[in-house]
Design a protein around this ligand. Sequence first.
Ligand code: CP
Length: 304
Amino acid sequence: LQHLLTTEGLPVTILRHILDTAESFTGVTERDVKKIPLLRGKSVFNLFFEPSTRTRTTFEIAAKRLSADVINLSMAVSSQTKGETLLDTVNNLSAMHADMFVVRHNQSGAAHLIARHVGPEIHVINAGDGWHAHPTQALLDMFTIRRYKQDFHTLRVAIIGDILHSRVARSQIHALTTLGVPEIRVIAPKTLLPARVERLGVHVYHNMTQGLKDVDVLMMLRLQHERMESAHLPSTEEYFKYYGLTPGKLLLARSDAIVMHPGPMNRGVEIDSEVADGSQSVILPQVGFGIAVRMAVMSILAGN
Ligand code: CP
């Protein structure tokens, strides 16, 4: 594997290898992970052209735990503001002997563009591009599901919310399908679903009462205001009424169902605080698993 740009088409063997490798990095508890020298002498450049809390931080922790040198570029104060192109920026960082670029960009395809441009000694990881893909988020989501539910082949999984603008949802659907989940549901108003979403092999629901019945895993999504046209924007109150996950709606799912969210959460919009902080929520462990999963991705790309 040279780059990780998408979960679409990622063979099941590689997917499982990433999850198994991540498992080996977690140790007895997540806090027990020690520094290991797999990326010693390598330079990992975090290029985040869009805001991030979880992804950027866990990539940095993961790279440091693998003993890499980590360079966080703040793109808002980089020379891109003076008109330098994306590829000129990449050329200059490559000249500083970069080994890996972790790229988040608001344009779909940005990480692919960089991957096509760099030499064979450099690895590119897509940390979220536009509406398109967020593969490491989907991988850590799969890791979380496996931790709590073990067998993908018996699961009913619902992805709920703004599917249309969500790179996370696309990457989750591809990964869940590859891992053999037999029933993937998407629950959203028509305005927040991509055209012909059924082609991805998902079952479409427009209301929570039917969509949540007997599901094992609930994957919540926020309204992606930054990618929306005003025509798509529902009122917060109306959205919460119909699609917000409340304790009452959660009762429709299986009693041992888990609730996930990639973050950032908007409490009182897509999720009630009682659910977000409740006993079925695995949202914070999910964030923590991002470290081991990103360690796994980087070490595998580096050839370990
Ligand atoms: N899930 C996720 O991508 O969160 P951040 O935007 O904080 O990185």
